[in-house]
Design a protein around this ligand. Structure first.
Ligand code: HDD
Length: 694
């Protein structure tokens, strides 16, 4: 009986190929095993050529190389992933039969991929964009893929609009730009004509769309699913991931500069954290609603542009996910991972959400052009590792399983003749769709209950702190200022008036544009109770755990102060990164050499959460001449970071135009521990002094 190909594999029977090894006797061969005698020179007629067509070693190597790339994902092309485990801490057995949600304490392997949406595979990590949050659970009942985002709602209500949404946000069709950016005509044209997108636009313009780290984003299943219990009863469920490190963001100006300083900022951060044993962790939580509770909501539970406020239906934390192993090979694992919302386990079921229904087709289908075969489930990262998979599907491109016997159809009675008969369906334990009663005429209609496009956009905006509201308004100003079509800008403003009059005024005012008449909403928006759970400011964790502090030194720096700051930061869970003008390090005042982790020009302060500048008078005088040093402190200040400094650094701060506030700590006068409280957060109060917000 065929199993998951990795299990019990023998050469020629599928499963893992003989991998290259690094033992001294390991021999370089062609793909077909022929030993290679010379990998430096092609086969030529005489030492100066011409090269011979006969050279199968050359041809095989070049041909394989020519085909190394595969089509990138049509969306979410840029991504980073890691292995880990999920552990259930509370059973949901009253609601579901799914083993993954009822076996407390059991650890299930996962593979989780984070992504941006709009940019290509080679684009930068820090554009303003939604982040994908896709988790593949290798459960004992088959793979379960929870393919979510870091925003709990979606732009559109019906999957039929997805190609339009994506065409509008991607590079414009004639010019091929902008890459990985929503700040352009076609995106805002589409948005302005699709008021249902307004709620998600609020989220996308908030600081959640410029995260500090992939380890610091929330995750949401977005669509409503059902849980099915042993009695066949259904309960609506929303899935949530909450990062242990808190939800943290960057400043927009900072995100833009990070894109240049380190295009792989998030990928590197995730890889390095895991590599160093600092494993990111998330709580897994659910919101459960029965039919009566769903009916009582002021919107339709099947509408993916709506969230369920936590204050009304609290989150129930039922487990945790830890990512503790980097992929061995980016292409084989991260790139070839195929996440499918149709990967579901018995006890969990879909809802009729029309966005989800379309997704159920799209993901399976897209793998055919991306991975090139219906057998993509045999690629190791996609295999159902937690259990055997067995059926009568056969052949196809790149079939790696060697099936034995004649049983490739069902029903069959071959077992009666002593032959292998193959697997059979399991009416009891197999996946069953909930028998939800349904009736109706066939129509192409949007339900009336989906008509309210503004109440939750308003809820989100009004639930934010003042700082977050100002950032959101400023993001809208930035994006709309990149739009070149006046009528599009005007239509967005007309829609914004239905969200919040003050927001619309601020955005129009900051663009010096008149406020148009409000657009006519399909349903009159209502004022909902604000939901403080939707804020991120004021919730940064009270430690530097997971964060990075740069210490800028030069020749003559005081080693004792460096050591004290290092001790304080590391004691608080943070990591220290020494920046010096030269990569070989700096000669400290006591004559010892402090090695550098990064050279000043390549380690701007945008890459760190806080900075300490520890210089002698001479060291400071030298760095006054370095634009990178002036930018180092100016940007740290502008991005609302704490700056610790020795007294001698005064002239550098002056050169950068810094007027010290509570977040600027004189380390010569204070205890190094005094640097910690401001380093753990951003200096929000400083912001009006460094930029004008809408
Ligand atoms: Fe999607 C990829 C998340 C709606 C069609 N989507 C993709 C990925 C994530 C999401 C995280 C990347 C998975 C990975 O890392 O490989 N998508 C969402 C969420 C949605 C959503 C949270 C709304 C609730 N998507 C959506 C719709 C459609 C698609 C409505 C089409 C009808 N999505 C795709 C796709 C992708 C994809 C084209 C590209 C690569 C892939 O599937 O495997 O099929």
């Amino acid at each position: 009986m065929p199993k998951s190909p990795a299990a019990d594999a023998r050469p020629g029977e599928g499963g893992e190929l003989h991998q290259t090894t690094s033992t001294p006797e390991a021999r370089l061969t062609t793909n077909h095993g022929a030993p290679v005698s010379d990998d430096q020179n092609s086969l030529k007629l005489g030492p100066r050529g011409s090269t011979l067509l006969e050279d199968f070693v050359l041809r095989e190597k070049i041909q394989h190389f020519d085909h190394e790339r595969i089509p990138e994902r049509i969306v979410h092309a840029r991504g980073s992933a890691a292995h880990g485990f999920f552990e259930l801490t509370e059973s949901l057995e009253d609601y579901t039969t799914a083993k993954i949600l009822t076996e407390v304490g059991k650890k299930t392997e996962v593979f989780t991929r984070f992504s941006t949406v709009a940019g290509g595979a080679g684009s930068v990590d820090t554009p303003r964009d939604v982040r994908g949050f896709a988790v593949k659970f290798y459960t004992s009942e088959g793979n379960w893929d929870l393919v979510g985002n870091n925003i709990p709602v979606f732009f559109i209500q019906d999957a039929i609009k997805f190609p339009d949404l994506i065409h509008a946000v991607k590079m414009e069709a004639d010019r091929g730009y902008p890459q990985a950016a929503s700040a352009h005509d076609t995106f805002w044209d589409f948005i302005s004509l699709m008021p249902e997108s307004t709620h998600m636009v609020m989220w996308a313009m908030s600081d959640r769309a410029i995260p500090r780290s992939l380890r610091m984003i929330e995750g949401f299943g977005v669509n409503t699913f059902r849980l099915i219990n042993a009695k066949g009863e259904a309960t609506f469920v929303k899935f949530h991931w909450r990062p242990r490190l808190g939800t943290q963001s960057t400043c927009w100006d900072e995100a833009v500069k990070i894109a240049g300083a380190d295009p792989d900022y998030h990928r590197r951060d995730l890889f390095e954290a895991i590599d160093q044993g600092d494993f990111p962790e998330w709580e897994f939580a659910v919101q459960l609603l029965n039919q009566a509770e769903a009916d009582a909501l002021p919107f339709d539970i099947l509408d993916a542009t709506k969230l369920i406020p936590e204050e009304d239906h609290p989150l129930r934390v039922i487990g945790r996910m830890v990512l503790n192993r980097n992929p061995d090979n980016f292409f084989a694992e991260t790139e070839q991972a195929a996440f499918l919302p149709t990967n579901i386990v018995p006890g969990v079921d879909f809802s009729e959400d029309p966005l989800l229904q379309g997704r159920l087709f799209s993901y399976q289908d897209t793998q055919l052009s991306r991975l090139g075969t219906v057998n993509f489930h045999q690629i190791p990262i996609n295999q159902a590792k937690g259990c055997p998979f067995q059926n009568f599907q056969r052949d196809g491109h790149v079939q790696t399983q060697v099936f034995k016997g004649r049983a490739n159809y069902e029903p069959n009675s071959l077992a009666e003749a002593g032959e292998e008969g193959g697997p059979r369906e399991d009416p009891k334990g197999g996946f069953r769709t909930a028998a939800v009663p349904m009736e109706g005429a066939k129509v192409r209609l949007r339900a009336e209950s989906f008509a309210d496009h503004y109440s939750q956009a308003r809820l989100f905006f009004r639930s934010q702190t003042e700082i977050e509201q100002a950032h959101l308004a400023s993001a809208l100003v930035f994006e709309l200022s990149k739009v070149t079509l006046d009528h599009v800008r005007a239509r967005v403003l007309a829609n914004l008036r239905n969200v919040d009059e003050d927001l619309a005024k601020r955005v129009a005012g900051a663009m010096n544009l008149p406020l148009p008449k409000a657009s006519a909403p399909a349903a009159t928006p209502i004022d909902l109770e604000p939901s403080p759970a939707l804020r991120i400011v004021g919730k940064y964790p009270d430690s530097l755990k997971g964060r990075k502090v740069a210490i800028l030194v030069a020749d003559g720096s005081d080693g004792a102060i460096v050591a004290a700051v290092r001790k304080a930061v590391e004691g608080d869970g943070g990591a220290v990164f020494i920046v010096a003008p030269k990569i070989g390090g700096a000669k400290l005042a006591d004559g010892s050499v402090l090695p550098a982790d990064g050279q000043l020009a390549g380690s701007p302060s945008v890459l760190f959460d806080a900075v300490a500048v520890i210089l002698s008078e001479d060291g400071c005088a030298q760095l006054l001449k370095e634009g990178a040093a002036v930018d180092f402190v100016r940007d740290a200040f502008g991005h609302l970071k704490a700056i610790g400094h020795t007294r001698e650094v005064g002239p550098l701060l002056d050169r950068a135009g810094i007027k010290p506030d509570e977040g600027v700590v004189d380390l010569s006068a204070a205890k190094s521990g005094d640097f910690l409280p401001p380093a753990r957060t951003r200096q929000w109060a400083r912001e009006p002094s460094v930029r004008t917000l809408a």
